[in-house]
Design a protein around this ligand. Sequence first.
Ligand SMILES: [Zn+2]
Ligand SMILES: [Zn+2]
Length: 250
Amino acid sequence: MPNEDPKVTLRFLGTSHGLPEPDRFCSCALVETGETRYMIDAGAPPVSLCRRAGIPVQTIRACFVTHLHGDHANGLAEFTDYLNYFCKPDYDPEIYLPERAGVEALLRWVEVVGGGLRRPLSLYAYGPGQVYCRKGFALEARPSDHLKGARPAYSFAVTAGGRRILFSGDVSGPLDEFMAHAALERWDAVVIEAAHNDLDASAEKLAGLDTGLLIVNHINPRRNADRFGALARAVPFRCELARDGDVFEL
Ligand SMILES: [Zn+2]
Ligand SMILES: [Zn+2]
């Protein structure tokens, strides 16, 4: 019987930790099902990078931001200005932020740099639980303790074309809260950030995941590169250190 699920790929536009590196933009990834794309975090300039890579920006159907730190959200200024200035209202991707203040600030920014709001924009504030569910793509936000509860931060559990993908978002050091839900399910891919957890110390915990692929993201090359080998040897599944431009087929 033919497999009717579409091809699903994960494309990394930015893989750096909080600071851009000479060869890495900050966190931004695309989940691609055929010619439809969903953006997870926007720490890189997504319009510039898509155009450079020959990806039609208007194939991005929605954008989800795990938390409102600049290294996950600064690219929204570029994306929304592009929508406001260059796109007709029939291209209307939904943009989901975890704080109402972010929606208001972004709208105001777009208004200022665009000399007014030229079209409606679909900006939403989301909370924990099911954020989005359309044909072939669903996203659930799971609270992360990255900001110690002072402000919201999330991991994203994604279902795309029948594949299950978990994005850690930013976590806190010990990974206990993340593993408490991540280890309960089977994943096709888990994307784990490496800026707030020590890959050496995390290896044993991450080995408890049930996944076909572990992708390390949010990388500080001076800190993470030499520790990656130990992690890759410690886990019983494929493990990759993501670079900008990498594409993983799931
Ligand atoms: Zn970050
Ligand atoms: Zn952060």
